[in-house]
Design a protein around this ligand. Structure first.
Ligand SMILES: Nc1ncnc2c1ncn2[C@@H]1O[C@H](COP(=O)(O)OP(=O)(O)OP(=O)(O)O)[C@@H](O)[C@H]1O
Length: 309
């Protein structure tokens, strides 16, 4: 089995504003290739946490380690998109990118080569000479992402990258993140679950500054998805039901007024395919078949105890 490489360690991060504990003893190990959705209600502490990770905000306690070294000397390996990217609107897109490249100490030669690559990546080719003031929300956000990745960081922090966008802008930015994650470890915050679910493979849930849970989606799905099918019959078919009961991989068959609920052994794969074959074989007439799906939304609601949007 391939072992995951630990890239960033957030170690007991704590931040207080006066007496208010905005982030409370938060630890997380981030592995290369993770795309983590940091989820939580408004005011949970997401921005405060991400600002500490990016180095903009100094923690009261704890630390951030990149490849086992304190982050302070390795900021060039991190890209950061703040919740409200602030551009000088009188600058052109190209000027914004040159300005940021210089902040990262890139040479003129590197900048000349990198800017067309990044414009291509974020879909802003042809807009380089346009002033930012005329950009749509989606274009501004894509420019914000361009400035976050201009120096080819291996870890990118995106604070609410899509929440403020209209559906078109949102689509553009989600597609862009999808591309970036192929080569970059990502943590992004959002309070919109469906966006995170579309692009993230891992989730971390924050509530009142505390980590409530942290999991890979595939693991959770495996744990909670039941091997069940519900089938509503048009006509009773007792022969078929008897046949089902005798199958060694079926744990339970319930028949309630022609609504059949079938539960299979958890380890059995492709079992629903076998059931569908038997439906054909026994000429079962049905109105509806439902697969029992794991709902991430329900899981969040259980943990956070309120709607997160
Ligand atoms: N500079 C600050 N001074 C005082 N309190 C602050 C400061 N920044 C954040 N807070 C408080 O810390 C808490 C966490 O805020 P934060 O912005 O990190 O939450 P969030 O999860 O990002 O929320 P949202 O989803 O609304 O952006 C809030 O109660 C907020 O009012």
């Amino acid at each position: 089995m391939q072992t995951k490489k630990l890239e960033i360690k957030l170690d007991h991060l704590t931040k207080k504003f006066n007496d208010y504990l905005a982030v409370d003893d938060f630890s997380l190990e981030i592995y290369q290739g993770d795309c983590i959705g940091l989820i939580g209600p408004n005011g949970a502490g997401k921005t405060t946490l991400l600002r500490m990770v990016s180095g903009i905000l100094k923690e009261n306690n704890g630390g951030v380690y990149f490849n086992d070294q304190p982050i302070e000397k390795q900021r060039h390996l991190i890209g950061y998109l703040p919740q409200y990217p602030n551009f000088y609107d009188w600058m052109t897109a190209e000027e914004v990118l040159v300005f940021n490249s210089k902040l990262f100490g890139m040479s003129n030669e590197e900048i000349k080569q990198r800017i067309p690559e990044v414009l291509e990546l974020v879909g802003l080719v042809g807009c380089e000479k346009r002033k930012v003031t005329g950009f749509s929300g989606g274009m501004r956000q894509r420019l914000g992402i361009a400035q976050a990745v201009i120096h080819k960081p291996s870890f990118v922090i995106l604070d609410e990258p899509v929440s403020a966008l209209d559906p078109i802008g949102r689509r553009e930015v989600l597609d862009l993140i999808e591309k970036i994650k192929e080569e970059t470890t990502i943590i992004l915050s959002t309070h919109i679950l469906s966006d995170a679910q579309e692009i993230c493979n891992r989730f971390c849930i924050l509530k009142k500054g505390k980590k409530v849970d942290d999991f890979y989606y595939a693991d959770l799905q495996k744990k909670y998805t039941k091997n069940t099918l519900s089938i509503e019959l048009r006509e009773p078919n007792l022969d078929w039901i008897e046949y089902l009961k005798k199958l060694e991989f079926i744990d339970k068959v319930t028949n309630l007024n022609n609504s059949i609920y079938i539960e299979a052994n958890k380890d059995k794969k492709d079992w629903s395919y076998l059931i569908l074959e038997s439906i054909n074989q026994f000429k079962v007439e049905f109105l509806r078949i439902d697969v029992d799906k794991f709902s991430l939304e329900e899981y969040f609601m259980e943990l956070v105890g309120e709607t997160i949007a």
